[in-house]
Design a protein around this ligand. Structure first.
Ligand SMILES: [Zn+2]
Length: 213
């Protein structure tokens, strides 16, 4: 696969969507299953090389140890720990595709910006986090702190462009859309299971130090 040019990063791009779904299924969800069993939220993230879509790092939410360890922040922190131990693992942030299972919150979109990434791709929207997963903090913080209505932040700005995987699936032609939608349905079902597991543990002692559950 050749180098992705900026114009190729948005829809339609079934190859990229399929690869990002792979990473969610194979790399992020197993980490999240383990994280949720320890009382953490369901949000995960990954970094891939733009050049060949190979995985740089995948991570999951770790809020039981630090409330700032959202999936995206955990991913960036863990990546820099790996680079500190082995500088050859460094990838220029401009060469990275940033993947978030859920549309990044204000903390995470800022972290992605400060880490020098010019993009992020997400599977579930802020509204999904509120409605399907009973976690409304993303939208509440956007409204309370930044006075933005849902969707009111700039998805394309001087720092990054945000891409919805669901929108990218809708932009594919009918044959590709059917196959990708079926995979997306499977991922959605998996996250509903993870969410039930999280919701059933969040009042337990393991979660007592998470300020915003
Ligand atoms: Zn976040």
């Amino acid at each position: 696969m050749g180098e992705l040019r900026p114009g190729q990063m948005g829809p339609p791009n079934p190859t990229l969507v399929a690869r990002l779904l792979d990473v969610i299924e194979r790399d992020v969800i197993p980490l999240t299953q383990a994280g949720v069993s320890r009382g953490n939220k369901i949000f995960g993230a990954a970094m891939l090389r733009k050049s060949d879509l190979s995985l740089v790092h995948a991570a999951t939410n770790g809020e039981t140890s630090n409330p700032l360890f959202h999936g995206e922040v955990a991913c960036i922190n863990e990546y820099y720990a790996l680079v500190a131990a082995d500088p050859s693992k460094r990838v220029d942030p401009a060469d990275v595709i940033f993947l978030a299972t859920h549309e990044p919150c204000t903390l995470c979109s800022s972290a992605i910006t400060w880490a020098g990434h010019d993009n992020f791709y997400y599977f579930f929207s802020h509204e999904d986090s509120r409605d399907a997963f009973q976690i409304g903090h993303d939208l509440n913080i956007l409204k309370q702190v930044f006075k933005h209505e849902p969707g009111g932040y700039a998805r394309a700005n001087a720092y990054f462009t945000a891409f919805s995987l669901q929108d990218m699936i809708r932009a594919c032609d009918a044959h590709e859309r059917a196959a990708l939608s079926a995979r997306a349905d499977g991922i959605r079902a998996k996250y509903m299971e993870l969410s039930e597991a999280y919701q059933s543990t969040k009042e337990l002692d393991v979660c007592r130090n998470i300020p915003l559950k």
